[in-house]
Design a protein around this ligand. Structure first.
Ligand code: 5GP
Ligand code: MG
Length: 184
């Protein structure tokens, strides 16, 4: 596998498509056993999670539903100075078992801002499935229940994750090359 160039940066192969598919199937097997007869509603966070969500969902053999939200984040007047609104989540959530599907938990800020609004709608339970987590970058209290890979704090692309719009369609994961880290 060769390095790739996206815009001005070079990325090196990091996790193969085979390893990704294997881990996604592992997570699906766990969810199949944890959510049998619970008809969970998976909620994919757009845009980054769409490929992970599709592969995960396709590997579920239990009764399950899926929907997607786009989170719009802007500077608000709250103490955190950060407000997240969910666009497109029209399903009734009351009493449902929710599994949030996220591409990557970095600082945790996105999900930390999204979760209170979700809990207000009184779901029966909320768990988080993250394709990637960067434990050393975490700044907010967010705990993923299903994680495909824990990675170090370096920028990655592929499998749904982009660099400035590009790179989402690679079936494997690439990591930014060290010498190009400056300026990020
Ligand atoms: P958080 O709110 O947890 O800090 O950031 C989550 C979001 O930041 C992810 O959903 C993703 O859009 C973006 N992000 C964080 N780290 C990376 C990375 O290494 N690569 C890419 N492509 N996006 C990232
Ligand atoms: Mg995202």
């Amino acid at each position: 596998m060769a390095d790739i160039r996206i815009h001005d940066k070079i990325f090196s192969p990091f996790i193969s498509a085979e390893s990704i598919q294997e881990r996604v199937r592992d997570l699906a097997a766990q969810i199949n056993s944890d959510y049998k007869d619970k008809n969970p509603l998976l909620i994919g966070i757009l845009n980054g999670s769409f490929i992970f969500a599709a592969d995960l969902f396709r590997s579920l053999t239990i009764e399950a539903e899926i929907s997607f939200v786009k989170l719009a984040s802007y500077k608000g007047t709250s103490s955190s100075g950060h407000v997240v609104t969910a666009i497109g989540l029209e399903e009734e959530l009351h009493g449902r078992h929710i599994i949030i599907v996220e591409d990557i938990i970095d600082t945790g800020k996105t999900l930390h801002s999204f979760l209170p609004g979700l809990h207000q709608r009184q779901p029966a339970s909320v768990k988080i499935a993250a394709f990637l987590t960067k434990p050393t970058a975490l700044q907010y209290e967010v705990k993923a229940d299903y994680v495909a890979f824990e990675i170090e704090n370096k920028f990655v692309v592929g499998y749904g994750l982009d660099y400035d719009g590009q790179g989402r369609n690679y079936p494997e994961l690439y990591q930014l090359k060290e010498e190009f880290l400056q300026g990020l």
